[in-house]
Design a protein. Sequence first.
Length: 138
Amino acid sequence: MKRSIRIRRGNAAIEFALILPVFFMLLIGMFEMSWMFFQRASVIAATREGCRAAAVIPDETYQKTYAQTKIDENLFRYGIDCSATHNCEIPLPTIDPTVSVPFQTMRCEATVEFRPLTGLIPMPAEMYAVNEVYREGQ
């Protein structure tokens, strides 16, 4: 009886050593995917909020720069600093002048470089968001 106890003495340590790398890969994968979805949602929300804020301004030239400024501010609020840590491209919003004023839309876009937490899992290099809202007719 004593001999069978000695044989099974290290089973738990060996099983733990075999399962630990798999557990850590799953854990890191969950963190990476969560971070990617958070960044994606942040870029989409910032683009939407900036475009909606600028759509009510009557001056078209100021409206476009205001949209860019608001998108940049909202990205910063979500932790994406376009001036220092990330490469961001926020082009001027486009407005279709051929459509009558009550139905004109403003289209805002933003492209932000994505930086993964660990880099162990392949992820997209950048996050892209586009939003289109109706302009307010004054």
